[in-house]
Structures are given as C-alpha cells and as structure tokens.
Design a protein around this ligand. Structure first.
Ligand code: SF4
Ligand code: SF4
Length: 443
C-alpha cells in the first residue's frame, strides 16, 4: 500500500442487530443523560426503530423529500415548504426543508398517577395508525416508535421473488402470508461520519469534527439556528432545540470517552450488542472515497479508508501525526476494525448517502422460511443456509437496501459467515467435533 498522507483516529461503533431485543433502554438512558431538558422533549439522540418501518423522524430515508425547498400545495401550485410547528416555535428564518414536529412526535407529560389511580373503563385504546403506509397526513397520531413490532408483511414489495415460489393451494398461501412476515430492530445514533454533511451545510461554521477522535459536535456559542444541518444530515440525526434556538446532536458521550468510559447507550445496552473501538484512516482519501461513482462500491470504499494499525507504514505515519500510544493500542484491539474489516461481518448504514458513516451493523441472521417442505430448517445449519439463502425470513434484498445500496452478494457473504460461525459454535457447545470445512467454505 502507499503510505497514508494524513492519518487520523476515529471512535466508531458496531451494533450486532441479532442481539437487539428492542427494549429501548439505550434510548431512555441517553435521554436521561442528554436531552432531559426544555426544548428537547421530542429529541432522541439514540432511537430504536422497527424495520421495515418509517423510522424516526418518519420517512427520513426518503431522501427526495429533503432536496429543494418547494412543494406543491393542494391547488397544484408551488409553495415554500413550511417547516411546520418547529419553525413557528423558533420564530426565525431557517432551512425549510426539514421534518416537522409531527414527523418526530408531539411530546406529552405522562401522569404517573394513572398507573395506580385510573378508574376502570370499558373501552380500549383507539389510536389509529391510518397513515402508516402513505405517511402523507401529518395530522395523524405518531410517535418515535409508532411502528414498533409491526412486521413487514404483504405490503412489502421486496418479497415478490419469494412469493412466486409459493404453491397455488390456498392453505399454502395463507401459511406463507404468516411465514413471510418479518421485523427487526435498528438502533440509531449520529454516525459521526468521516465526511459529515451536517458540517458542510452549516453557514456559521458551528459544527466541527474533533481532530483527536472524530466526534462531530455543535459549538453552541457559534450556532445561529439556521438548521441547514438538519436538512443536510441524511440520517436526520441533528435536532433543533426550540427553547435555546440551537442545533443539538449526539456527542458520542465525549466527556465519558475522554476518561475511558463507554457511551451511555453502550454501557446500559441490555443485549450487550454495542462495540466501541478506534479506527485509523487517511483523511486525505475521504473526499475521493465519498465520490466513488457506483453506490454499490461505497461500502468497499469505506473499508479501504480503514488502515491496518499493525502496518509499519501506518505506525510511522501515526507517530508523525502525533496519535498517542494508547490510541494505537486501542486501534489494534478495536472490535470495529475486527468486525468490519478483518472478519467482514459489519456493514455501514446507507453508504449511498456518501457521508462515510462510522456506526456499523452486523445484519440479523434470520431463520429460513420453509417454503415447500416440512423440514424445519433454521439458519444455523450451514448446509441449509448455503442452499436456501433466498429463503431467509428477512430477505437479503431488504438488508442490501439498508447496508450495501442494494448489492446483495456482500450481504449474502456476511450472512453465510454468521451462519457458519453459529454452526461451528453450536458444535463446540454441544461437544461435537467442529466441522473443519466451515472456515474454508465461507472464505
Ligand atoms: Fe452529521 Fe448526520 Fe453524519 Fe451525524 S449522521 S455526523 S449529524 S451528517
Ligand atoms: Fe437494543 Fe440494547 Fe437498545 Fe435494548 S438497550 S433496544 S437491546 S440496543
């Protein structure tokens, strides 16, 4: 390899989605620590969304929505997008192309007395999720986790190739309608991107990426409340505090990281699925990597940015750059480097947004949907998986849309590795002779 010209260190995170149980402990502890204040009632620096689902704020993945400041009114005439109640609360001119308060949710104050004092009633809750599919009506009831636990059943177009395999008998159709329902949890924080578009879009220069650890922060003294960062962040992970008039975001718990503690979300995670680590990268290569023409190559471009902390050229460049020895030790022990690069089982979320996100995900390995036989396969049988990768309950195509810009072969390879590892470890746990062919078969 050629020697890196400007080496930098970055703290990053891997989340293993197979282990998330959707308990929202991470969200609540983060909120208690960071956004338990006036003006941030609707803000969740950490949120856990159900996939498939609209997310938080809803439909944030619809990137067309954030481009341009104009929309058609009911008469078909162009008008400036309003920015809704958040804009009115701020009472200032600001970027109009951003989620409205209803896209996050309208906070309320919970009366804890109702837990013990509520009178008996004969009615059931009646909130109507009437716009879950279209998402057009902003007046309907909504919340950060409104689509919690709703599986992506028949309305999900990704499943069509599998549907074609179903036999025509009515009973099989009914059975398959249930079998193909799927869901999983996707915890999200700010990605602390290598190429942060929030920073690029701030007219005040208030957003900066720390040189020592890559954490992206908002300078509260310099922020003028333009909110271009909210428009500019494709993950919608910057929020507006309508009391202070400033933008706020996840800080990767930098006061804790500085004294060697993990983030609050990682420390309190019930599933123990968050791995924090340091990676080294060539800062001068980021712009070229972000301009990779083919969306499907962006995942590889991100991996290419990660430098081997054991490479003598990298070590020499790190010393010249003044990266401390203890950070080099952390980089060599980094679970992020190991899972993303060495083992190749962690993938970035929406690399096609081109911000070079630094939160990586081990995709969920779901069971095989047994289409035509009553054999009861699961994804821990590598023989089954190798023959039935198209029949996993969570379609590979759907995972590829999230993590590889639609490129399925990378996701397939990751799932095969995970299945092989499970099969191997199951054998070890049960005292079986490990199958020596498994490591070779998955590469
Ligand atoms: Fe900025 Fe958004 Fe990237 Fe966070 S996820 S660094 S807010 S562009
Ligand atoms: Fe998932 Fe951990 Fe958050 Fe619970 S605390 S929702 S297991 S990431």
């Amino acid at each position: 390899m050629t020697a890196p010209t400007r080496i930098m260190a970055q703290v990053a995170m891997v989340m293993n989605l197979d282990k998330c149980i959707g308990c929202h402990t991470c969200s609540v502890t983060c909120k208690q620590a960071w956004t338990n204040r006036a003006g941030t009632e609707y803000v969740w620096f950490n949120n856990v969304e159900t996939k498939p689902g609209q997310g938080y704020p809803r439909r944030y993945e619809d990137q067309e929505r954030w481009r341009g400041g104009w929309e058609l009114n009911r008469r078909g005439r162009l008008r400036l997008k309003s920015g809704g109640r958040l804009r009115k609360l701020a009472g200032i001119f600001a970027s109009p192309v951003q989620p409205e308060l209803a896209d996050y949710y309208e906070p309320w104050t919970y009366d804890y007395r109702t837990l013990v004092d509520a009178p008996l009633g004969d009615d059931f809750p009646v909130a109507r999720p009437k716009s879950l599919i279209t998402g057009k009506d902003t007046k309907v009831t909504w919340s950060a986790n409104w689509d919690d636990n709703l599986g992506g059943a028949t309305q999900h177009g990704h499943l069509d190739p599998i549907v074609e395999k179903v036999r025509s008998e009515a009973e099989d159709k009914i059975r398959f309608e249930l079998e193909k329902t799927f869901m999983f949890y996707l915890p999200r924080i700010c990605e602390h991107c290598l190429n942060p578009s929030c920073m690029a879009s701030c007219p005040s220069g208030a957003i900066y990426k720390r040189s020592e650890d890559g954490i992206v922060l908002v300078d509260q003294d310099r922020c003028r409340g333009w909110r271009q960062c909210i428009t500019g962040c494709p993950y919608k992970k910057i929020y507006f505090n309508h009391k202070s008039g400033k933008a706020e975001k996840c800080t990767f718990c930098y006061p804790r990281v500085e004294v060697g503690l993990p983030t609050v979300c990682a420390e309190t995670c019930v599933g123990r699925l968050r791995y924090i680590g340091v990676i080294l990268y060539d800062a001068d290569a980021v712009t070229a990597a972000a301009a990779t023409p083919d969306d499907r190559q962006l995942h590889q471009a991100q991996l290419d940015l990660m430098l081997d902390p054991n490479d003598p050229q990298v070590i020499a460049a790190a010393q010249r750059a003044g990266i401390p020895d203890d950070w080099m030790v952390a980089a060599r022990r980094s679970p992020v480097y190991a899972l993303a690069k060495t083992y190749g089982v962690a993938l970035p979320l929406h690399p096609e947004y081109r911000t070079m996100p630094m939160v990586w995900y081990v995709p969920p390995l779901s069971p095989v949907v047994d289409l035509l036989a009553e054999q009861g396969h699961d994804a821990e049988d590598t023989g089954t998986l190798f023959g039935a990768i198209d029949a996993l309950r969570i379609p590979v195509e759907y995972l590829a849309e999230l993590f590889t810009a639609g490129e399925t072969s990378t996701v397939t390879a990751v799932l095969r590795k995970l299945a092989a590892m499970r099969s191997y470890m199951r054998g070890v746990t049960l005292g079986r002779e490990p199958d020596a062919s498994i490591p070779q078969s998955v590469g």
